[in-house]
Write a protein that binds this ligand. Sequence first.
Ligand SMILES: N[C@@H](CCC(=O)N[C@@H](CS)C(=O)NCC(=O)O)C(=O)O
Length: 208
Amino acid sequence: MYTLYSFPGAGGVAIEAALADAGIPYRSKTVALEEKDCDTTEFLGLNPRGQVPVLVLPDGSILTESAAILLYLAEAHPDAGLAPPPGSLEKAQVLRWLCFFAVNVYEGELRRHYAHRFTTTDDGADAVAAAAGEHVARQYGLFEAELSDTGPYFLGERICILDYYVWMLSYWVGDRTWLVRDCPKVEALTRAVRERPAVAALHAAQLA
Ligand SMILES: N[C@@H](CCC(=O)N[C@@H](CS)C(=O)NCC(=O)O)C(=O)O
């Protein structure tokens, strides 16, 4: 069975949603990374970067990087329909936007959330966070322009790993007023994910 290490509201929730929705058995373990002075020695053995999510595979292999974990699950469980077939043009577009969100939006959110790590001056964090927030908002605008009018998901009626990723990330922006106003297709996508029976409880517990 898979073991997913994360903490509430962190990057593991997209993976947990994909696993739960696809009916793939897993157990989840909460890591107390955000608690001051917590002893993460055991966890650092799994991921020396000290970050979640981490997925431990049934044979004990360790996977880190949220986008890679989602891609792995889609390929390891082809019957679950978590992504289009390898080599298809649809898969290429899912890969493209998954990388786009991992590199631009997830990393932008990290700059916003951990702004003090991205400056060498005592008073630089607020400016880093503000610039990161603007950067993230611009990325959603680019994705909005790419979405079809049919929806609700990136591929239309069929959900895929990218949708879970965008749902999770979109709830990290904090005040979603601008997202609802400027990116209605992204908002509809994230609402469709949120309302799925297997996702609703995760949403309420970790992102609401
Ligand atoms: N590139 C990594 C980023 C993982 C990451 O930064 N996770 C955050 C939570 S969302 C974390 O573990 N933060 C704790 C820390 O950096 O101290 C991924 O996509 O999995």
